[in-house]
Design a protein around this ligand. Structure first.
Ligand code: GLN
Length: 205
């Protein structure tokens, strides 16, 4: 383990691979030298130290989680402390509440946040911006928002990791769970993935 890494390459990270851009996360994790597994079966959740829920379409991923019998067991594991990171649709799935009109949308409800889906309207549906993320150091993080959500309200246990210049909350942490409204896996900047790996490492000990 090098000084700059602060995590062990033996960490096994699952990426929920039902729909969306799971492959980009897997590639970035492989670049960082850890084992990355595409997760499609409930029993695979016993073989990982942390999990990423990727961007995609949150209603589709939510329905597929139920069909693949992953919803309840994943929810239980996250409640029991499994380090988890949701990006974009993944952030929506981790929220306790969304503005989604589809009442049947299954959520993991693991974070005390309320989110607005597709929050940036047609003009800014997709945009890029440099974000200040103090947890990653002084250098701004170039963030890609792709029809992203925003965090409308966050409970007292939620730490805000990043905001847009107008104070819109776009990255949060609650214990071992982090969620970003944007897509670090397409940025070429590995700092968010390293930050997550350090959380996984601290839980694994
Ligand atoms: N708009 C999508 C949703 O509501 C999220 C988009 C994304 O993950 N890039 O699920």
């Amino acid at each position: 383990m090098s000084d700059t890494q602060n995590y062990n390459p033996t960490l096994r990270i699952g990426v929920l691979a039902l729909q969306g851009d799971f492959e980009a996360h897997i590639k970035m994790l492989q670049t960082l030298g850890v084992e990355a597994k595409a997760i499609r079966l409930p029993e695979q959740l016993d073989e990982i130290d942390g999990i990423i829920i990727p961007g995609g379409e949150s209603t589709t991923i939510g329905k597929l989680m139920v069909i693949y019998e992953l919803h309840e067991v994943l929810q239980r594991k996250i409640r029991a402390g499994l380090p988890t990171w949701g990006t974009c649709a993944g952030l929506i799935l981790l929220a306790r509440e969304t503005d989604n009109a589809v009442a049947s949308q299954p959520l993991l409800a693991s974070m005390d946040i309320r989110v607005l889906r597709n929050a940036f309207g047609s003009q800014r549906e997709s945009f890029e911006t440099d974000l200040s993320v103090p947890a990653l150091g002084d250098e701004p993080f170039h963030a890609f928002f792709i029809r992203g959500p925003l965090v409308e309200a966050a409970g007292p246990e939620v730490e805000v990791l990043a905001k847009l210049s107008d104070d819109t909350i776009v990255a949060v942490r609650q214990g071992n769970i982090i969620a970003t409204a944007f897509h670090p896996e397409v940025s070429g900047d590995t700092r968010f993935h390293q930050y997550f790996l350090r959380i996984v490492q601290s839980v694994k000990g």
